[in-house]
Design a protein around this ligand. Structure first.
Ligand code: OXD
Ligand code: MN
Length: 580
């Protein structure tokens, strides 16, 4: 298989000339191809077989110990004009970045196979889908792309019809952190990634294409590419509302997307459409419609058990690639809080010793097809997407942010999104637990200047009067002893219900300077061990703390200088004044 599209065959030839692979493999995307790559990697030691009786078709990959997370400090947006990348991105001039990358790629595939992966982000043939081709020298990337995207022959045919695609060039190089860069050229719809095999750096369809490049494309084409899960909540009467929710990495998007209603909520159902990325367009009636560009789940493993996320737990019993988990004496995968079994060897393949830290890496991952999830929505593959009733922002905040509140209108909601801050997690290299600004949970993923991004968000206000309502949630508030006040997980449905009731105009709310808060009686606590006092604490808004927060938000927004939309500044001033 090659291609009749010259643009593609010329690019593959040019890359092969530079990288000097031993052979070129055009991926068909068939199950046979997946199986034979798995066999090859079992032979090379890239994959290890897990207990096939307990975990059929599950494999383990142990990465280089210095290649376990996204590397934001080595990730660049290389627009012609530095201001177009904005203070939110690392920037390098495109010519300089290309020169650097061409140097790294020179001869890097000697003795290796160059794989060509045509892929589709979104349901194949959907008007909202977009296409790309990743070239890589990593068979691990190929099998993960097989699970995470619609890849192979079908995608190639669409690419040939369109004559366009996002170019993504990847090599694991030497896996040397000193020779590692993830470069994006939004104006050329091109990605170059060198020196890492970790998902977020190497599966180029995900963060690089579906967020950084797509966010840039979305702005020029009038839509939104967001770091959001998509979930359907069906009430006992059979009516379903769809919500798109943006939380920073490792803040529970996968858990919320796969939520299991608690015992107290008979007749309620929750459907997963996506757990990480939403592409949203305005339809001809002025409604937001969302598709999930991905076809698989690349989720954090530790913490997953029958109580926290039964759907995920069941999803990863078969046909799953585990990366950087521990194993038991039975050769089953093991991770912290698995609630069963014990580790005998850790994520580095060493005999388990608690003195070495967690047995599974805190950012260890599962890769599995989305169709495996028992709560996968029948509409997840709908080419026209699903209508979105509410957009929900959230962060991991021990203090300050109440359990839930609603923005007063669209422009205020954009400020609420732009103000998101969260404690950092293990999903990215760096210190964990520091509060940092993560507007719309897109700090690591927006492919252009946040000031222009907020202006783009604001522009929807004038395009439709049927926009989703905007909310903010915080499942992570703690008491003075550091204990979580809210049980989270399945019980979050109680908060989603209030959100939906607000969208339907069925409940009143208390208007505060920061937004609309629930009347406590409207959060259903039936069957839950949360007292009225705790709920009051969860919904409390401390004026002094909020004044400090708004001051910090103001300083942060000011750092975007003249490009900051005046409307956003005005929204901020309104809240400051109301709080004074
Ligand atoms: C992810 C991330 O892997 O956000 O989804 O880091
Ligand atoms: Mn993510």
């Amino acid at each position: 298989m090659t291609t009749r599209l010259e643009l593609l065959s010329d690019w593959v030839a040019e890359v092969a000339e530079r990288t000097q692979p031993e052979q070129i493999h055009w991926c068909t995307g068939s199950k046979d191809e997946y199986d034979s790559l798995v066999q090859e990697m079992l032979g090379s030691g890239d994959l290890r077989e897990l207990n096939q009786n307990n975990y059929p078709d599950c494999y383990l990959h142990l990465s280089d110990p210095h290649d376990v997370a996204r590397v934001e400090h080595l990730t660049y947006v290389c627009s012609e004009n530095e201001l177009d990348a904005g203070p939110n991105n690392n920037w390098m001039a495109p010519a300089e970045a290309k020169k650097k990358m061409e140097g790294l790629f020179a001869g890097c595939m000697r003795g290796r196979t160059l794989y060509v992966i045509p892929y589709c982000m979104g349901p194949l043939g959907s008007a909202y889908a977009r296409y790309g081709v990743e070239i890589t020298d990593s068979p691990y990337v190929v099998v993960n792309m097989y699970l995470m995207t619609r890849m192979g022959q079908g995608a190639l045919e669409e690419i040939e019809k369109k004559g366009r695609f996002i170019k993504g060039l990847h090599s694991i190089g030497e896996l040397d952190p000193e020779r590692r860069f993830i470069m994006h050229f939004p104006e050329e719809l091109t990605i170059m990634s060198y020196g890492s095999g970790y998902g977020g750096n190497a599966l180029l369809g995900k963060k690089c294409h579906a967020l950084r490049i797509a966010s840039y494309q979305a702005r020029t084409e009038g839509w939104l590419a967001e770091h959001m899960l998509i979930v359907g909540v069906e009430n006992p009467e059979g009516e379903t509302h769809y919500l798109a929710c943006a939380f920073p990495s490792a803040c529970g998007k996968t858990n919320l997307a796969m939520l299991i209603p608690p015992e107290s909520h008979k007749g309620w159902k929750v459907w997963t459409l996506g757990d990480d990325i939403a592409w949203m367009h305005l339809d001809e009636n002025g409604h937001f419609r969302a598709i999930n560009p991905e076809a698989g789940l690349f989720g954090v493993v530790p913490g997953t058990n029958r109580q926290t996320n039964r759907n995920a737990y069941e999803t990863i019993q078969t046909d799953t690639i585990f990366t950087n988990v521990a194993v038991t004496a039975d050769n089953d995968p093991w991770w912290e809080d698995k609630d069963t079994g014990e580790p005998v060897s850790d994520w580095q393949g060493r005999a388990y010793d608690p003195a070495n830290g967690p047995a599974a890496h805190p950012n260890s991952r599962f890769t599995v097809a989305a169709t495996h999830n028992p709560s996968y929505s029948t509409l997840a593959e709908a080419p026209e997407g699903v209508p979105i009733s509410a957009l929900v922002f959230g962060g991991r905040r021990a203090e300050l942010a109440p359990l839930v509140y609603q923005a007063k209108d669209w422009a205020h909601g954009v400020l609420v999104g732009a103000s998101v801050a969260s404690e950092t997690t293990a999903a990215a290299t760096g210190e964990v637990g520091i509060v940092r600004r993560d507007p719309m949970a897109m700090k690591p993923f927006c492919g252009y200047n946040f000031a222009d991004y907020w202006a783009h968000w604001l522009s929807f206000g004038a395009r439709s009067d049927k926009l989703p309502k905007i909310f903010h949630v915080n499942w992570f508030r703690r008491d003075a002893d550091g204990k979580f006040l809210w049980p989270g997980f399945g019980e979050n449905l109680r908060v989603l219900r209030w959100i939906i009731e607000r969208c339907e105009g069925r409940v009143d709310a208390e208007e505060l300077p920061i937004g609309f808060l629930p009347v406590p009686a409207d959060i259903d606590l039936t069957g839950l061990d949360v007292s009225d006092e705790t709920l009051a604490q969860l919904l409390s808004v401390n004026r002094e703390q909020w004044q400090v927060e708004l001051e910090q938000i103001g300083e942060y927004l000011d750092s975007y200088g003249d490009r900051l939309p005046t409307e956003l500044r005005a929204e901020h001033a309104k809240v400051v004044q109301a709080l004074a």
